[in-house]
Ligand binder design. Structure first.
Ligand SMILES: Nc1nc2c(c(=O)[nH]1)N[C@H]1C(S)=C(S)[C@@H](COP(=O)(O)OP(=O)(O)OC[C@H]3O[C@@H](n4cnc5c(=O)[nH]c(N)nc54)[C@H](O)[C@@H]3O)O[C@H]1N2
Ligand SMILES: Nc1nc2c(c(=O)[nH]1)N[C@H]1C(S)=C(S)[C@@H](COP(=O)(O)OP(=O)(O)OC[C@H]3O[C@@H](n4cnc5c(=O)[nH]c(N)nc54)[C@H](O)[C@@H]3O)O[C@H]1N2
Ligand code: SF4
Ligand SMILES: [Mo]
Length: 719
């Protein structure tokens, strides 16, 4: 970390995609970032957000010291050591009085960008023996984990993109979001990757109410009515079975109760599906044929259907569709190498669902429990976020009294914003680890100022299993801040040391006397990796480790089956067949969730270059809907759901499906601020439209963040 102008390799952590960069530093300061064209996977790809990384580091509003809120509401700077002393003391007292369950942590999107934060937080939590461990996963796509717990999973996973003849992307827009599920478009330089694959013959089917960037490039785009994915899946599976297009041998050997599923989806004929989904029969048939007659390639979802009604059913039907078409890797098939993953064989066999662990913590609301068990993507063990505000607000045994939010912004991201904010204020102790005074930080007792990505070591752990190449990148800290900021994991290590608890990682407990280096912590976390971490660190930038190749292993047991008809699926199918909920019929529009290129959830809104792309989260509507409502681009409207109402600024888009409105989430500010600051300048918060008690999904508590029935009030002044 020298004092003069230097240019070194690193990677971006503005989002979860970790594009390779070259970073110019001077006098311990980040000056500018450049794409790294020599990187073997990213090939010089970056997006507009990543190119602002220097501005993020040098931002005038960035917290350069931790803060403590005083009784009169003012903030006072506090050293991180002093903050940890005080917080540890308070937590110890709360645990002594109310038990460990009263202490909760919430890992938001930026906890996941620090490769040590989530594992160390989880281990800290285990150390204090509190089940109140929460992450944004349960307000994202928890249905993917739930489907694995109910149907079981295939050990070697679905076919990957590299060899696919077809992919079906449902409510996933990787060209903007850079998000991919297994089998999807690897989001590393996704546009050119897609172009190359399509040139080589890949067929792409997209299912999205909106003609997204990805949909525009696909062979078939099904502009589905939001929320009707389970109907379309049921119809497609029925069609495939009726036409005999399934992979019979695979179905016979590996699927359980396919007949029962087949009987239950009988009513979903193509005409019915077309009427419900608003997709022409011929298009549904063409997509089903294109998918089923291809040799390889998977169907997969993004957030769209997983935030709409019946996500668990949708995800179950995704598994069923891939299973019926035999789109799982067999012994000898190439798998993503996962350099940081272990050498454990990936078995080409079904793993039947296991009974849930008998020590699941019970939530106090909605009959929910801890979500725990083994899924295709690993073990899950956490509590559902959607009802955490009730766990905080409702007195009684098990009440949550302290919350540490790590790189998250509950005040704009959790459902029912008004209740969330009441809960955050009601906490006896609220800590937020955040780079700025976010909406959530404004309600915290302590705001811990963290190191930013170019100030810390990290390795590409989060997306390790998404790389098709044996690639990994270890980035060392490039600048050393001359102010008091700490990493998220250091904060938990500091608390554990003071509280006398342990932090046990895969390779054993951390030294609690002398703080280990980040490298040592990461070495512990990745102790079973295929390449030693030191070797990855020794490379100059991202590196493909030639010679590492992983294939699916032969089955050990042929007796286990994927369960096609787990308990409850029949009722869910019957409920779906009975039509949309009656309440939805009182509303004219369905509001869907969609990501914007220039922000990452609530991040990016303080960066001038990004805000040139827009300072609000517009409500996108089809031109016909504008005509019908008598409104034009730039007008201010009100959106009213069963739960609440928000202002919004109209933007016309012929890509929208008529009757559908799209808006990005996590905009706006605290509810009080929103009424004062103009929606054109700060946007508005969809969480005000979403309930955390009505319509929660079974098992996960997932709220309805998409397909929200709303009405438009075109002249708010007169409302
Ligand atoms: N209505 C609606 N609600 C939704 C969704 C939706 O589609 N619609 N999507 C859901 C989904 S998928 C998710 S993942 C959640 C997201 O929920 P959250 O993760 O809770 O929300 P973010 O806005 O991503 O919060 C990130 C916070 O981290 C801070 N931050 C930025 N950089 C750093 C850093 O380097 N270190 C630390 N410690 N903090 C940093 C930011 O300032 C910000 O306050 O929202 C969910 N909520
Ligand atoms: N630039 C940027 N990138 C991001 C984020 C961001 O805020 N900005 N957020 C990050 C996060 S937290 C996540 S979880 C990922 C999410 O990654 P994605 O899931 O790819 O997110 P989106 O781009 O919103 O794509 C979701 C799509 O679902 C469609 N959709 C909505 N409702 C329905 C429905 O009922 N059925 C169907 N079939 N489609 C529907 C929407 O029109 C939208 O195109 O993105 C991550 N990447
Ligand atoms: S896609 Fe953009 S924000 Fe995400 S890592 Fe790459 S450059 Fe950074
Ligand atoms: Mo997310």
């Amino acid at each position: 970390m020298g004092k003069s102008l230097q240019r070194k390799k690193s990677y971006c952590r503005f989002c979860h995609v970790y594009c390779a960069l070259e970073v110019e530093t001077n006098e311990g300061r980040v000056v500018k970032v450049y794409p790294d064209p020599s990187d073997p996977v990213y090939g010089g790809y970056t997006c507009l957000k990543g190119r602002e990384l220097a501005a993020v580091h040098n931002h005038k509003d960035r917290l350069r010291s931790s803060l403590k809120r005083l009784p009169d509401g003012r903030y006072e700077e506090i050293s991180s050591e002093q903050a940890m002393d005080e917080i540890a003391e308070k937590l110890t007292a709360i645990i002594a009085r109310d038990g460990p369950r009263a202490v909760a942590t919430y890992n938001g999107s930026y906890a996941f960008q620090n490769s040590a934060a989530v594992p160390v937080c989880r281990a800290w939590h285990n150390g204090i023996k509190s089940p109140s461990y929460y992450t944004s996963v349960t307000i994202d796509q928890p249905a993917k984990a739930i489907s694995g717990l109910r149907a079981g999973f295939w050990g070697a996973g679905v076919h990957r993109f590299a060899e696919a003849d077809v992919i079906m992307l449902i409510g996933n827009n990787p060209l903007v979001s850079h998000f991919s599920s297994n089998g999807g478009l690897p989001p590393f330089s996704p546009s050119s990757r897609l172009r190359k694959a399509m040139k080589a013959g890949l067929k792409v089917i997209t299912v999205d109410p909106s003609k997204t960037e990805t949909a525009s490039r696909s062979n078939i785009h099904l502009a589905i009515k939001p929320g009707e994915d389970p109907v379309r899946f049921a119809g497609i599976i029925r069609f495939i079975l009726k036409e005999g297009l399934q992979e019979r041998e695979f179905c016979r050997d590996h699927l359980g109760n396919l007949d029962a599923l087949s009987t239950q989806i009988k009513p979903f004929n193509l005409e019915y599906v077309s009427a419900r989904t608003d997709i022409p029969v011929n298009d549904i048939r063409a997509a089903a044929l294109m998918f089923a007659t291809a040799g390889r390639g998977a169907a997969l979802t993004g957030t769209g259907p997983d935030m709409s009604p019946h996500p668990n059913l949708t995800e179950h039907l995704v598994v069923a569709l891939n299973a019926v078409c035999g789109r799982f890797n067999r012994a000898g098939d190439l798998l993503n190498p996962s350099v940081l993953g272990s050498n454990r064989p990936r078995l080409a066999q079904a793993f039947a669902p296991r009974p849930p662990p008998d020590d699941l913590a019970k939530c106090r609301f909605q009959g929910l429990t801890e979500i725990a068990g083994l899924t295709a993507v690993g073990r899950i063990k956490e509590m559902p976020v959607s009802i955490l505000s009730d766990e905080i607000l409702t007195p009684g045994k098990g009440q949550v009294k302290a919350l540490i939010s790590v790189g998250g912004n509950p005040a704009v991201a959790w459902p029912d914003q008004e209740k969330t904010c009441r809960a955050l204020e009601a906490l006896e102790l609220s800590v937020s680890i955040d780079i700025k005074m976010s909406a959530t930080a404004k309600l915290a007792d302590y705001i811990i100022a963290p190191r930013l990505c170019l100030e810390r070591d990290d390795v590409t752990l989060l997306v390790d299993s998404w790389y098709e190449e044996p690639y990994s990148h270890y980035a060392e800290a490039l600048v050393e801040p001359d102010f008091d900021v700490i990493e998220e994991w250091e904060f938990f290590w500091g608390l554990a040391k003071r509280m006398g608890t342990e932090i046990r990682l895969p390779d054993g407990p951390l030294d609690m006397e002398n703080k280990p280096s980040k490298f040592k912590v990461l070495e512990n976390i990745t102790s079973r990796s295929k390449v030693p971490l030191a070797e990855i660190r020794a490379q100059d930038g991202g590196h493909v480790f030639e010679g590492i190749s992983v294939t699916a292993s032969p089955p050990v047991s042929g007796n286990e089956r994927l369960e096609m008809m787990p308990e409850g699926i029949d009722d869910e199918l019957a409920e779906v067949f009975s039509g949309p909920p009656t309440s939805a019929r009182d509303f004219e529009f369905l509001l869907i969730s969609q990501r914007l290129k220039h922000v990452y959830n609530s991040s990016g809104r303080d960066l001038d270059a990004l805000m040139k792309k827009g300072t609000t989260n517009p409500a996108y509507l089809h031109p016909d809907d504008l005509d019908h409502l008598g409104i034009v681009t730039g007008d201010e409207i009100l959106l009213r759901s069963e739960h609440g109402q928000i202002p919004a600024i109209v933007a016309v888009s012929s890509k929208m499906k008529p009757g559908t409105i799209s808006m990005a989430h996590a905009w706006g500010d605290l509810p009080g601020v929103e009424t004062k600051a103009p929606v054109r300048e700060i946007g508005s918060c969809i969480a005000l439209l979403v309930s955390n008690s009505e319509g929660l999904e079974k098992f996960s508590g997932m709220p309805r963040f998409s397909s929200i029935p709303v009405n438009v009030i075109a002249e708010p002044g007169r409302a």
